[in-house]
Structures are given as structure tokens and as C-alpha cells.
Ligand binder design. Sequence first.
Ligand code: CAA
Length: 395
Amino acid sequence: MYFELTEEQQAVQQAARDFAQNVLKPGVIDRDREMRYPKEEVRQMAEMGFMGMMVSPEYNGGGMDTLSYVLAMEEISKVDASCSVIMSVNNSLVCWGLEQFGTEAQKRKYLTKLATGEWIGAFCLSEPEAGSDATSQRTTAVDMGDHYLLNGTKNWITNGGTSRVHLVMAQTDADKGHHGINCLIVETDWDGVVVGAKEDKLGIRASDTHTIMYNDVKVPKENRIGEDGFGFKFAMTVLNGGRIGIAAQALGIAGGAYELALAYSKERSAFGKPISQHQAIAFKLADMATEIEAAKLLVYRAAWMKDQHMDFATASAMAKLYASEVAMKHTVEAIQVHGGYGYVKEYHVERLMRDAKITQIYEGTSEVQRIVISRAVLQGQLYQPVFGEREAMAV
Ligand code: CAA
């Protein structure tokens, strides 16, 4: 095992850190308060190559590995998780999905623009009645011969109001259950695509989350991804990768809160000494540092497994589950370290706590991650047993 980052990975990490500090930090509190989409900041992220980091240069991407993407996500999320979710959806759900499963024509037409950030993409799976239970798709794509007729409603769509391209999961043949679902590439300026109101959210408030309606949208057959009925498998496979991005986001949020708590605890004095010198606070910092480090190992390992073309579905579920729980727990603790100051917006930690919450929900709730992990556990995929069945029962 080798725990050093390469020079290239360190350079990406440093560039993302500088960008987050110099460009994102100054306006982050106002954007959150005003629910203001970070248009100029996203343009600059695109200029830096952060919108299509893992896409091969052949399609205008950065040709980087998943760990580089994770490092950039982590640094940006320390400061602004609204920006990092915009980046994450475009990189791991839209670009990665298109590159893995799209046709050459789809890649030329869409991926080349999405990878540069000229166009932004959205991933449209969730519905009013299909969140965790994602197979229960009500959106329909009726086969009309040379095209599909798309009708339905999608909920909580990140990049909903700003995207030029949607990847939409829809049911074509209900008799086939999830094997009757297709994924269609939809351009948002086509007739019948209606963007609903922007959601007023607890956290990641500057990101752009909308309900989308599709009313008799004509989607050419060549815009289907993969074979007929491949849509659900596509969505699940892409989400395996997406969960690494959200795990990295959670890791960054936790890291940001830890950095702020550590710095504050050294500055703030109570009972005649800095509060970091009180064991009650020092132990909180020790727990934060340890658990963030453990989350980091899970997230980086999942990224590495993906790049080695190993089966990374369970590893990404574990990384997302653990990193998001750590983010939630330690953003709350960071507020506690700050006392009353932590409860006001100026000190950033209350925003980080609000942002942390969504990492336990989107791209599969913590409960969904436990479904994925427990199935692998029960199938005996995870560890080589050292005890025989009878010995295990005796234990
Ligand atoms: N990887 C690959 N394939 C998978 C998979 C995975 N992780 N999980 C399931 N599948 C496949 C199965 O192999 C099966 O395929 P076959 O029938 O061909 O064998 C098929 O999908 C159906 O699987 P299940 O029978 O296991 O389905 P299920 O109904 O029991 O549900 C689930 C499985 C894990 C709960 C799944 O529905 C799920 O992941 N739900 C959560 C959905 C989700 O993450 N939504 C996020 C929305 S996107 C978002 O949040 C983006 C954003 O804006 C930030």
C-alpha cells in the first residue's frame, strides 16, 4: 500500500484549495443567504477544467483519475458545498455516464460540451413518489417508432434551472418492471420541458434545485443511452460513481468544520487559557481528526478501486455512508466548540452543518447505502471467513 499523492494529484489539490480560498470564500455567506446561483464561480471552475475532470482529452476532458477529482471536490466542499454539488453532478453522474455508456455520436454532440462546462448537465431520476424506491418510475417514454414521447415530473433536480442537458430515466414498458426503464438525453430548450420553481432549501442553498415537468417531449431514438431497457442499470451504475463524489463532498465539509473549530479553539480563551487546552475541547478535536482521517481512507480507497476497474459499488456506499455521518456529527461538534459564535452565520460552521445534512440524503440516503452494504455482507462478498460455520456459532 502506498499513501502518497502523486505530484499531479498534489497540484490539483493545491489549485482547488487556492480557488476555494480566494474565489469562493469571499461571497459564500451572501450566496447562501440569497440563494444566489454561483454563475461566475462555475464559469471559473469550468475554466480550471473542474467540470469534466475524468473525461478523456479526446472529448475535451481533463483525463484525470478519480482520486484527483475527489481531492478537488474535497477542497471546494470545505468552503462551498453548493459549488461542489454542481461540479459533482456534472462530473460523475452526467459526464462519466455518457463517456462509459454513450454512443460515439452522443459523446461528440453532448460530452464534448459538458466536459468543458460550456453546457451543464442534470441527472433526472427522483420523482415525487420515487426517491429511495427508484424502480417505481412514473415518468413514461412511449415508443413512437422513430422517437419517444416523454411525459412526467422529476423532483429535486440539481442544476435543474441552469442545465442544457438532462439525463432522464423513464418507463417505456411497465410490464418489464425496471428492465423497461430507459435513460434519454433531453435538451432543455426542446418543446415541453418546463422548469418549476427553485427549491428553498436548508443547505446547499446557492445550488440550483428544481422540479422539472416533461409534457409530450419528443426525444429522438438516437438519444437513448444503451440498449432498450438499460436505463435503470445505467442509473445505478452511474450512482455508484456519483456516491464517491458526494462522499468527497461530505469529507470536505467535515474537514472545513474541523479546521474552523481547531483555529477558533486556539484563539478563544476561557477560564484563563485557550479553550483548546481544556480537555473537553481537545478530546472533541481528537475525535474529529480521527474520524475524518478514517472517512478519508474509505473515500480515497473507493476512488482508487474505481480507477483499478474493480467492483467499487460497496466501497462507494461505505465511503458515502461513513463520510456523510462524520460530516453531520462533526459539523454539530464544530458549532459546539464555537459556542454562541457558532450559531451565527458569520462563523461559517452553521452553514457547514446545514450543508452536511444533504450528504446523508442525496444520491442514496444512509439507509439505501446500508441496503447496498448489507446485501454484500450477507452474500459474503466482503471478508474471507477464518471461522467455519460451527465455530462461528460457538463464538
Ligand atoms: N450497481 C449496479 N446495479 C445495481 C445496483 C448498484 N449499486 N443496485 C441495484 N442494481 C441493479 C440490480 O443488479 C438489479 O438488476 P437486475 O434486475 O438486472 O439483476 C436492478 O438494479 C434492481 O435492483 P434491486 O432488485 O436491488 O432493486 P431494489 O428495488 O431492491 O432497490 C436500491 C435497490 C439500492 C434501493 C435502489 O433503488 C437505489 O439505489 N435507490 C436510491 C436511488 C438514489 O440513489 N437516488 C438518488 C437520486 S440522484 C441524486 O440525488 C442526484 C443529485 O441531485 C445530487
